[in-house]
Every structure is written in C-alpha cells, then in structure tokens.
Design a protein around this ligand. Structure first.
Ligand code: ADP
Ligand code: ZN
Length: 222
C-alpha cells in the first residue's frame, strides 16, 4: 500500500507517519530526513541540497526525484511505504504516478492534515528534533516535551532545533511555498478519490496520535 502524507509544515505529518510506520512495519520515507542525513554526512547531494533547504526553498527535481526513485526501489519498501514530504508539487505527483505505474502500483491513500495557522507557527518554533540521524524523534517543548530537558527519550542524544525552524523568514517562506505550490495536491488527490482530510489541533484536542489511530483503523487495518 502506498500512503502519502500531505499538509503544511508543523501539522504533524512526521508524527502520524512514524506511528503508522510502526503499526504497519512499512518504512516512513521522509525526503526532508534523507536530505538532513546527507547534510550531516556532508555528501555531495547534501551540500547541494542545503543551499536550498537553509533558505526554506524546495530542492530542485533533478536532485529530489532520483533520490526518491532509488529509495522506493529498496527491498523494504515493496509491500508498503509511507511517503512524508514527497510529492510537494503537481509535477512531482505526476512523476510519482509514473514511477508507481511501472511497478503496477498506485497511490492508495493520502492523509491530508490541517491546522490553524497561528498554531502552526508556534509549533514549528517549539519543535525540537533528536540529533541522532538514526533516531530522528521529534518533540514539542509545550505539547510533547522530552522527559529530560534537551535530551531524547529514545536514545539519549541531544535535541536540537533545525536550522530552518529557528528562522522566522524561512518558516514563512516554507508556508508560502506550501500554500502556492503544494496545496493544489489536495485537489489532485481528491479527484482520484484517495484523500482523507484530518484536522490536527490542540483547540479541538485532536492530535497526530489520534489521527494515526483513526486512519489506521478506518483505512489501513486488514
Ligand atoms: P518541512 O515540512 O518542515 O519543510 P521537511 O523535513 O519535510 O520539513 O523538509 C525540509 C526541506 O527539505 C524543505 O524545506 C525543502 O527544502 C526540502 N524538501 C523536502 N522534501 C522535498 C521535496 N519533495 N521537494 C523539494 N524539496 C524538498
Ligand atoms: Zn533520539
């Protein structure tokens, strides 16, 4: 089953994808995480991609698409996969359809998360991530703090703030790009009848964990 996460930054895509990945055993493929791993390891791809990422711009397709294709071809992604952060443009979505078609697959489920804008900005500013590239746990200083300040509950590594999360310019730029370039994908997948939209918000006390549970029971569980 091919599942996609859709939704602006800070809506909890990574949280929902991570829970679904544990429940299904299918890998969570986050293009942002793959880029950050390459940046940390100073690979050529990482150095090139970071020029765009630090400013909050999209990494060009000639870097992103081959990277996704090779990840989807790996053995662990054959039975099912949860894509988080790809596609982000209509061109990428069309390309993904083409790639999946050659493997006799298609996008089966798109989980679209929505959150009020004021909540989004605070969430991004309060987001902290584990510095261990093999863990990548995400925390929120107010909603989901670590047990020990600054330390990852899972692995004991230091928590850090992503460079592009500490900078309000970059956050606003990313949200604008989302609204202009990525949000048309909602319509794209609605037309294909594979979209479910879920509100994630503290105000209605409906967070990523709840969404993951509900969507799993309704659409994924056999
Ligand atoms: P966020 O959703 O908070 O922007 P991500 O971890 O998904 O965080 O992505 C971080 C950055 O990686 C993005 O701002 C963008 O520069 C780059 N990126 C991730 N996925 C893609 C993609 N599908 N196409 C182009 N750039 C991407
Ligand atoms: Zn960790």
């Amino acid at each position: 089953m091919v599942i996609l996460m859709l939704g602006a930054q800070g809506t909890g895509k990574g949280t929902v994808a991570g829970i679904l990945s544990k429940k299904t055993g299918w890998p969570q493929v986050s293009t942002g995480d793959i880029f950050r791993k390459n940046i940390a390891e100073e690979t050529d791809l990482g150095i090139e991609a970071n020029k765009y990422i630090a400013a909050g711009n999209l990494v060009p397709d000639d870097i992103t698409i081959p990277m996704v294709i090779s990840r989807l071809n790996e053995k662990d992604a054959q039975e099912g996969v949860i894509l988080d952060g790809f596609p982000r443009t209509v061109e990428q979505a069309e390309k993904l359809d083409e790639i999946l078609k050659t493997q006799n697959k298609k996008v089966d489920l798109v989980i679209n998360l929505t959150t009020p804008r004021e909540e989004i900005i605070t969430r991004i500013l309060n987001r902290r991530v584990c510095s261990n590239q093999n863990c990548k746990a995400t925390y929120n200083l107010t909603m989901h703090p670590p047990k020990k300040e600054g330390i990852c509950d899972n692995c004991g590594f230091k928590l850090i703030q992503r460079e592009d999360d500490s900078n309000e310019e970059s956050i606003k730029n990313r949200l604008n790009i989302y609204n202009k370039i990525t949000s048309p994908l909602v319509e794209y997948y609605k037309q294909k009848n594979v979209l479910t939209t879920q509100e994630v918000s503290e105000v209605i006390n409906h967070l990523g964990q709840d969404v993951a549970e509900e969507v799993y029971n309704e659409y994924i569980k056999k």
